[in-house]
Design a protein around this ligand. Structure first.
Ligand code: PLP
Length: 476
């Protein structure tokens, strides 16, 4: 097989084959283990030199499908590691359509459809989260790049206070840029600071305890010490260990009083805004100058998709704009609002899922997940050999195995690390471990639209089972 043109007649057969296989796979995803025991065997299929002569589409696709056991059922209902969403029926199908249409979402000129649905999707997202309609926004690959976009806007604003166009001239002659946060700041925000030339270690974390909770007085004092000089403050809506929140409204007041740029990283926690039960956790976001979240987490849109909102939409084109005689220079152009020029038309999947399920659908799903997290917490509390380490304000339950009589912290960390490794090897469910205030702990995060009571019950069941085996003593 040589030139792909010779396979033009195979397009339908290839798509139907993959559609059938995908449907079969997804029909089994509620029951299948997250990790099969055949990963290594499946991976051995790949390798060897670049083929001189290709095998053609169908054999190539069959090889991929045959290696499906090496995929994790991460879009299924029992994947609680990291913060990993799935794809709603509407989002998944729209994502397929996105590939079939294969639009370049640079501008209206390159895709009227992709650009229009991105605009509407961004308007709807702002409405869903209570972000003022006057703000600008853009879809990007995920929360890391959304943090990058928002912090780039913050960097521009900061340099303008010194009459410098940092995106034109760079940092020469500018003082260090103060960046303040709590201990909750996510590594993707510090990565974005590194990519922006601000530097990872520039961040000063004002934490009042080992968990990382904000020391508001220390933040206030640091801002006061700047005597009106501009700074960036990063607030965290939903930290990854226990789903806790910085006091955003108080931080917004401080930022307003001291003339700082408040940025809110709400990769998954922004979805607290969707339910009246958790809405108070994000009170104050409209007082920020930038807010970001992921779509591939709690919106349940397939990878990869996130979004950034900025209060002053005019800040983005001077940062991300590109101009050349062969490119469009007018009309709506998302390619000049973020880091990518050529871009996937991610708006189709975001629009489709919001159109399909609406405000009420997302509120119901988020509230179901809030209830599921409380259910896990109750089962943890009822298990004598488990210890919950934190409150559950949202969708993450932080706990560890703590058998009676075993109180040495080193031994407990060693035991929980061992149970954590056994859990990933076991494959029935996936839950990651973290360090919470120095303690090795489990932190299941519930964001998948498929997850039910029975699925979350496996969290405690499997961890108790593996803990019993690890301590080699039956637990009753
Ligand atoms: C609070 C927070 N911010 C940012 C990110 C980075 O998101 P992404 O992996 O989509 O870039 C995450 C991912 O878990 C997160 O939890």
């Amino acid at each position: 097989m040589a030139d792909p043109l010779s396979e033009k007649a195979r397009v339908e057969a290839a798509l139907r084959y993959i559609a059938d296989e995908a449907v079969r796979y997804l029909a089994s995803i509620d029951e299948r283990p997250v990790r099969t025991g055949r990963v290594d065997e499946a991976l051995r299929r790949f390798g060897g030199p670049l083929p001189e002569d290709g095998v053609g589409a169908m054999p190539a696709l069959e090889e991929l499908v045959a290696a499906r056991d090496a995929a994790l059922a991460s879009s299924g209902p029992r994947f609680f590691h990291w913060v990993t969403g799935g794809g709603t029926p509407a989002a998944l199908a729209a994502d397929w359509l996105t590939s079939a249409l294969d639009q370049n979402a640079f501008a209206h000129d390159s895709t009227p459809l992709g650009t229009r649905v991105e605009t509407v999707a961004i308007e709807w997202l702002k409405d869903l989260f209570g972000i003022p309609a006057s703000w600008g926004g853009v879809l990007v690959t995920g929360a890391t790049m959304a943090n990058f976009v928002a912090l780039a806007a913050a960097r521009r604003w900061w340099a303008q206070r010194y009459d410098v166009d940092v995106d034109d001239r760079g940092f020469a002659g500018l003082p260090p840029l103060p960046v303040f946060s709590s201990g909750y700041i996510h590594v993707s925000a510090t990565k974005a600071l590194a990519m922006l030339g601000i530097g990872r270690s520039t961040v000063r974390r004002f934490a009042r305890d080992a968990v990382g909770r904000l020391d508001l007085d220390a933040l206030d004092a640091a801002l006061r010490d700047l005597r009106g000089a501009p700074a960036i403050v990063v607030a965290n809506a939903g930290e990854v260990n226990a789903g806790d929140f910085d006091p955003i409204a108080l931080m917004a007041d401080l930022a307003e009083r001291h003339g700082a740029w408040l940025h809110v990283d709400g990769a998954f926690g922004l979805f607290a805004a969707v339910s009246p039960r958790t809405r108070p956790l994000v009170d104050g976001i409209a007082g920020a100058r930038s807010v970001i979240a992921d779509a591939h987490k709690w919106l349940n849109v397939p990878y990869d998709c996130g979004f950034a909102f900025v209060r002053d939409a005019s800040a983005l084109p001077p940062i991300f704009g590109i101009g050349a005689p062969y490119l469009p220079d007018s009309g709506v152009m998302y390619g000049v609002l973020g880091p990518e020029a050529s871009r996937r038309a991610r708006g189709l999947a975001v629009w489709a899922t919001l159109r399909a399920y609406g405000r009420r659908g997302y509120r119901e799903m988020v509230e179901r997940h809030l209830d599921l997290a409380q259910r896990v917490a109750r089962r943890v509390d009822a298990s004598p050999e488990l210890e919950r380490l934190a409150d559950v304000p949202l969708n993450i339950v932080c706990f560890r195995v703590h058998p009676k009589g075993l109180d040495d912290e080193g031994a407990l960390n060693e035991l929980n690390t061992r149970v954590g490794a056994a859990l990933l090897e076991d494959g029935r469910i996936y839950v990651g471990t973290t360090r919470y205030s120095g303690k090795v702990a489990f932190r299941p995060a519930i964001v998948n639209w498929r997850t039910t009571d029975a699925d979350v019950d496996t969290i405690v069941d499997v961890i108790r089972d593996l803990a019993a085996r690890a301590t080699a003593a039956p637990i009753h």
